[in-house]
Design a protein around this ligand. Structure first.
Ligand code: C2O
Length: 571
């Protein structure tokens, strides 16, 4: 007993002695308050347990709901790559911190108008440059600092936090939390930047890579004299190189062809391939149900593809943008995600707001972020569905891809004749007309070379075609070993593999995969591609079967196996 008292006295004396030193390091007054808050809370927490607050009730409710949220006091090292342990936990995370629930900004305040990056003038650029330089100069203890902002992405995307009331790690990618989580992240990031230069109209630029004028890296990001420059990038992709929204390896095509391909690709990802909620938003990820691991169209590409396209070809995981633990260290991350965020709203508008998720488990999922006043805020998904209420908007951007519905590369009737004769001559690596033959379990089928299977369509759907149902190609049980970026494309009734691209209607969609994020993210993945409109355009909607081709586009596909290819119908 005596010994314990003695140790406690020494520890306390040490803490008290260190306080002035710590405060000298921490510059801002607000930060001191925060630090005091943390300390007080830690001491109170140790004394009384931290359940004795007004949040008791919400814990009870949370037990019934399957909403997801992080346990901020359960943070641990995580894997940025299988061979790289990273530590992105904030200082002092072990102690519970006081937080408040999100409140909308004052509706009277200025609207922050996010403008396409290529339209920014010198004044806009220097404002942002100043804000970002200040942010980069803040000490790591300050949650507003650029390093801490960047680590938020590492925390939520590599499974560093555990979920509340569970010991399962939380990871927001490849699920329906992808869009809302990133919206919240850049919302606070933008407000912090604005407050650092005392400008409440400050808005993030948008890298509008979906319109021809925006298809290059915006100029100020490659200006070495500005804080937007980042050395960990693929320099061969600097302007005037056009972005390849379906990037796997270099295509070496003309600018015009790249633009055409990008626009047609956007059409598939935003329109014909995204006619059901889950196809665009990703799979339903709920507490106690395990990680769902099936991203939506836009998350796979252009989102993942452009992360990879930007990241440095000299780094093992194409860091920084090419891996989630490091991506947000590159300032272009935030302009990339403004566009992702904008496209979420564009998709909702195209779908006339009929496909919005109503599931309370999604609406009540929540995260914690520091705001510009260093307050810790609990934000729910339901809080961020209306950007007008969040006080920002997007400058109107053209949607040239809306009328870029692709055409078949070969007249459909001719294509079918060729496919049938190829099949009779046994020219496919694998082909059969039995449905079960596209099932490769238990061993799986490697994707080191292309694969074509003939898959039967359901008879019911040949007779009475229900308009509301979306015919969907499902590649089941995709398993990725190794750590390299993986990309394969899926085509229907394809004749010539050498000339094909997403410019043509045969393109059903893509699997673009950034490995990483620990054990949970290694789970097998299902790829779902909506093809009802495609089948009409290929005049195949009355056919009993279709040929589906998986075309590997990276060498890493040799590390990939799949379990089955099937056709399913989504209501
Ligand atoms: Cu969380 Cu663009 O990645």
């Amino acid at each position: 007993m005596e010994q314990k008292k003695w140790i406690l006295t020494v520890v306390l004396a040490f803490v008290v002695a260190m306080l002035p030193l710590t405060f000298r390091i921490l510059e801002s007054h607000q930060l001191q308050l925060l630090y005091m808050g943390e300390l007080t809370n830690m001491i109170l927490g140790k004394l009384g347990g931290w359940g004795s607050s007004r949040h008791d009730l919400s814990i009870d409710k949370a037990a019934k709901s399957k909403a997801i949220g992080p346990n901020l006091t359960a943070c641990h090292p995580s894997y940025g790559r299988p061979d790289l342990l990273v530590y992105c936990c904030p200082p002092g995370f072990e102690s519970p911190l006081p937080f408040v629930d999100f409140q909308f900004p004052n509706p009277q305040s200025h609207v922050r108008v996010r403008r396409p990056a290529h339209l920014l003038d010198q004044n806009d650029i220097s404002k942002y440059n100043k804000a970002l330089s200040i942010m980069k100069s803040l000490p790591y203890d300050d949650p507003r600092s650029f390093a801490r902002q960047a680590n938020l992405h590492c925390l939520f995307c590599t499974g560093a936090y555990e979920q509340q009331n569970s010991d399962t790690p939380l990871s927001i990618h490849r699920t329906w939390l992808f869009f809302p989580w990133h919206r919240i992240m850049i919302y606070f990031h933008e407000r912090i930047l604005g407050s650092l230069i005392g400008d409440d109209t400050f808005a993030l630029p948008v890298w509008t890579w979906d319109i021809p004028e925006g298809m290059m890296i915006p100029n100020f990001y490659v200006n070495m004299n500005l804080s937007f420059f980042h050395p960990e990038r693929d320099f061969s992709h600097f302007p005037p190189q056009m972005a390849d929204l379906d990037y796997a390896t270099e295509r070496h095509i003309s600018r015009e062809q790249q633009i055409d391909t990008n626009l047609a690709f956007m059409y598939t990802q935003m329109v014909s391939g995204a006619r059901k909620t889950e196809l665009f938003m990703g799979c339903a990820y709920k507490a106690n149900e395990g990680y769902c691991n099936a991203p939506g169209t836009v998350e796979r590409a252009p989102h993942n593809t452009l992360h990879t396209w930007i990241g440095s070809n000299l780094n093992p995981g194409r860091e920084d943008m090419g891996k989630f633990y490091s991506a947000a260290k590159d300032p272009i991350f935030y302009a990339h995600h403004s566009n992702i965020d904008r496209l979420w709203d564009v998709w909702r508008e195209i779908q006339e707001y009929q496909l919005d998720i109503k599931d309370p488990d999604w609406l009540d999922s929540f995260f914690f972020f520091y705001d510009e006043n260093l307050k810790l805020i609990r934000v729910k998904v339901r809080d961020v569905l209306d950007i007008t209420k969040l006080g920002y908007s997007y400058e109107e951007v053209d949607r040239p891809w809306l009328n870029k519905r692709p055409s078949p590369s070969v007249p459909p009737k001719l294509a079918r004749q060729i496919l049938k004769s190829k099949e009779n001559e046994n020219q496919f690596q694998f082909s059969s007309n039995r449905v079960s033959s596209s099932d490769f379990r238990p061993h799986g089928r490697a994707l080191d070379i292309g694969l074509t299977v003939k898959v039967n369509r359901s008879k019911d759907h040949l007779i009475k075609k229900e308009k509301e149902e979306e015919e969907t190609i499902v590649v089941h049980g995709i398993e990725v070993k190794g750590d390299a970026y993986v990309k394969f494309d899926v085509y229907v009734n394809l004749i010539d593999q050498t000339t094909i691209s997403p410019k043509f209607r045969e393109f059903a969609g893509t699997f673009a995969h950034i490995p990483g994020g620990g054990e949970m993210m290694k789970r097998k993945i299902n790829l779902k591609l909506g093809v009802s409109e495609l089948l009409e355009d290929l005049e195949a909607d009355q056919d009993e079967s279709i040929w589906i081709t998986l075309l590997p586009r990276t060498v890493s596909c040799g590390n990939v196996t799949i379990e089955a290819i099937q056709i399913e119908y989504i209501k």
